[in-house]
Design a protein. Structure first.
Ligand code: ZN
Length: 404
């Protein structure tokens, strides 16, 4: 019998099953990387004592940038090209240690980063990749600087093709190029953003005709589209085009919320992202004043938008934009979601089962037989979201305990 066929029983603790139901006493049996039994009085070949702890499904972060390490452009420009991949290895480890067993990379990581984790070269959460940030000329992903130089945080390379497109034909070609490079989701900017020098988060980018082509190309290959979208008009354009998730969603009006409900569109708030920009500026990182001003301007509107979306019943999944802020601090997002009126159970469901559904993993996100054995053990009260990062004591991925 191989080691992996042994039954490991997690006993004596509470289980938060991922659905949003409150934690309840239960044992969980894992074998061959899968959950095989959940109940009371279960036994196994080896036991993990969960007394005083709560077992959660492996947590998700649906918006990270693994190859990004802060937003100081000057510092980033001094780093050798390949350094980002070694940093990604460190970032993957930190993210896993935080209890995150699955991430969606929202531009930056390429197929090599994903495959290195899959092949066991580096420890990390499983990674769903978008590779590039599809942007119009002058849009959020355009690295053009007022000096006339092009300088961005993610330089195109063979694994990460350029992603500036104008017009439906270029959009089609860009989409196909990214899908060829291994993109599992296409990331598009349908509005300006906080970190781009020459645009405004409230302005729309790309026309409905361009977005229709993008969604059609993704769908044709069984993929979907996520949209960086902050202003209401760009959000609505994205939703109408059939984009699966709105990232940030800073200025949601009632019509946008209504459209998201009707289309079943997901919201990934990334409430911590503007906070991270302000914190970095306060810590002395050289960031253009315009960026810091934009970050300060959006914070209040962001909280208000997410609160109204949550109240209305918009589907919400957890994302942080880590890479803007430090990797491994992902769970700092959770108290901010709670501050938008979500209950701790709702926040944790958004971070587990809901995120799994958004990313299309039907064997993750809940604790039930047949699911992959991604599990997180938390000391004390799992609903104390502020204390949660410090309370994560064990992280298991595919039935194997990760070094924490
Ligand atoms: Zn992002």
């Amino acid at each position: 019998m191989t080691n992996s066929a042994l039954r490991t029983v997690f006993s004596g603790g509470l289980v938060f099953d991922g659905t949003g139901a409150d934690p309840a006493p239960a044992d969980v049996v894992v074998a061959d990387g899968r959950i095989v039994d959940v109940g009371t009085g279960l036994d196994g070949d080896t036991a993990v004592d969960c007394t005083g702890r709560t077992l959660l499904p492996g947590l998700f972060d649906c918006h990270v940038h693994l190859t990004l390490n802060g937003i100081g452009l000057l510092g980033a420009l001094q780093k050798p090209f390949s350094y980002q991949f070694f940093e990604a290895a460190v970032n993957l480890r930190r993210t896993l240690q935080a209890g995150i067993t699955t991430v969606r990379d929202a531009a930056g990581a390429d197929l090599g980063v994903k495959q290195a984790v899959e092949d066991g070269l580096v420890p990390g959460p499983r990674v769903q990749i978008s590779i590039g940030l599809i942007s119009q000329t002058g849009g959020h992903g355009d690295n053009w600087m007022p000096s006339g130089q092009c300088a961005g945080l993610a330089v195109p390379h063979p694994g990460r093709p350029p992603a500036i497109a104008d017009g439906p034909d270029e959009m089609r070609s860009t989409a196909r190029t990214l899908l060829r490079a291994g993109a599992e989701v296409l990331k598009v900017c349908t509005t300006g953003g906080v970190l781009s020098p020459r645009d405004d988060p409230r302005h729309s980018q790309f026309t409905p005709a361009e977005l229709d082509v993008l969604v059609a190309e993704a769908s044709a290959q069984g993929r979907y589209v996520m949209a960086h979208a902050q202003g209401a008009d760009g959000i609505k354009n994205a939703v109408r085009a059939g984009v699966r998730s709105i990232e940030h969603g800073i200025h949601l009006d009632d019509e946008a919320i209504d459209l998201m409900l009707r289309h079943g569109t997901w919201l990934v708030p990334t409430l911590i992202a503007p906070v991270a920009v302000i914190r970095a500026a306060e810590a002395g990182v050289q960031i253009p004043d315009a960026m810091v001003r934009k970050a300060r301007e959006v914070t209040e509107a962001h909280t208000d938008s997410v609160r109204r979306a949550a109240e209305a019943g918009v589907r919400i999944a957890m994302g942080t934009d880590s890479g803007i802020g430090p990797h491994g601090t992902n769970l700092d997002e959770l108290p901010l979601m709670e501050a938008c009126g979500m209950t701790p159970g709702e926040v944790l469901a958004a971070t587990t089962s809901s995120s799994a559904r958004l990313l299309g993993y039907d064997d993750l996100g809940t604790v039930e037989p047949g699911r992959r054995a991604d599990l997180v053990l938390v000391e004390g009260d799992a609903y104390d979201l502020t204390a949660l990062p410090a309370n994560v004591t064990e992280v298991w991925k595919d039935g194997v305990r990760a070094a924490v």
